[in-house]
Write a protein that binds this ligand. Structure first.
Ligand code: GYE
Length: 321
């Protein structure tokens, strides 16, 4: 810029003015987002956390982040602390579906808008949150079921299924079970002979699969795991029992994280239904819209597909999580 008398005067005047006013009056205040995460139970969750942190940085949003270690009481505590700190927006991924009304009413009374990401809550009062962004878990369960029905076409059965459920009371565990059952119940040859939670973790998935194998042994034809991590844990259990995963036991799981692609490429997992954890950019866009007073749709759906092992190698380089 060429300095002439006029620009010099303006520069001097604003310098004097800014020295009289507190710095904050000039800097645009960053929106503050308080995010109460479920935990770090799975590869999916790690990718989700990373997406939220990097998107906040990119969008110039100040992020306060907490990890509840899969405990609802910790999440409630975190939300209360965000209310006390008067953040602009609170977002969280509710570990379980029910029991949120009290704390959400507190946020409402403090006039702090709440965004649900990934998992939803079970409430009669949908004025307690602005929007819910995330996947359709029932549809994911249906996709898993449809894949199995197609695979077993022509097999007279019986087809014995063991199920590793997600965290008890969580939306993805409830809905993925529901969607899968809805499809397989059309044919009585499909039977769920055991169903138990593995809490969405590898360690629990392995432990519960060991128990299934002990109880049912070679009777098991199919494993349906509500996420990839539990399937990966179960694969270890199956191998340790001297059986071949994906051959002796068909394995279906959900998320389609990199670990699942690696297992598919190694021929140990048959199929993974996609569930995208990359919700960060959408969440930051919602925070900006809320700050600008723009209305948001009550439901923001994530688009996703399904990946059988036959396409794993070709798809792997395109995977972002
Ligand atoms: O499938 C699982 C994670 O809520 C969709 O939580 C998420 C689920 C995901 O622990 O791996």
């Amino acid at each position: 810029m060429k300095l002439n008398r006029r620009t010099l005067n303006i520069a001097l005047a604003s310098a004097t003015l800014s020295s009289l006013l507190p710095a904050t009056a000039f800097a645009q205040k960053k929106p503050v987002l308080g995010f109460a995460q479920v935990g770090a139970e799975s590869e999916w969750r790690t990718a989700n956390t990373e997406s939220i942190k990097s998107a906040a940085k990119e969008a110039g949003i100040e992020l306060k982040f907490s990890d509840a270690q899969q405990k609802q009481e910790n999440q409630i505590k975190a939300i209360r602390s965000y209310i006390a700190q008067k953040v602009d927006v609170i977002a969280f991924s509710p570990v379980v579906e029910s029991g949120w009304d009290t704390v959400l009413l507190e946020a409402k009374a403090a006039k702090i808008p709440v965004v649900l990401t990934d998992r939803s809550v079970n409430t009669k009062d949908d004025s307690l949150y602005v929007t819910f962004m995330g996947s359709d878990f029932v549809e994911e369960g249906r996709k898993a079921g449809r894949w199995l029905v197609e695979k077993e076409k022509g097999n007279a059965g019986p087809i014995n299924i063991v199920e590793l459920q997600g965290t008890v009371g969580s939306a993805p565990a409830i809905d993925r079970k529901k969607g899968f059952e809805e499809i397989i119940k059309a044919d009585p040859k499909f039977k769920i002979i055991r169903s138990q939670t593995g809490d969405f973790t590898r360690a629990k998935g392995k432990e519960v699969m060991e128990a299934f194998l002990k109880a049912e042994g070679k009777k098991i034809n199919v494993l349906y795991a509500h996420n990839d991590d539990m399937a990966i844990g179960a694969i270890q259990a199956i191998e340790e029992a001297g059986m071949k995963p994906a051959q002796d036991i068909i394995i279906i799981s959900i998320d389609a994280v990199k670990g699942a692609f690696e297992a598919m490429m190694a021929g140990k997992l048959n199929v993974s239904v996609e569930c995208s954890p990359l919700l960060g950019p959408q969440l930051m866009a919602a925070v900006a819209d809320i700050k600008a007073g723009k209305p948001l749709p009550k439901r923001i759906l994530t688009k996703e597909g399904i990946f059988p092992m036959e396409v794993a190698k070709a798809e792997f380089p395109n995977r972002k999580y």
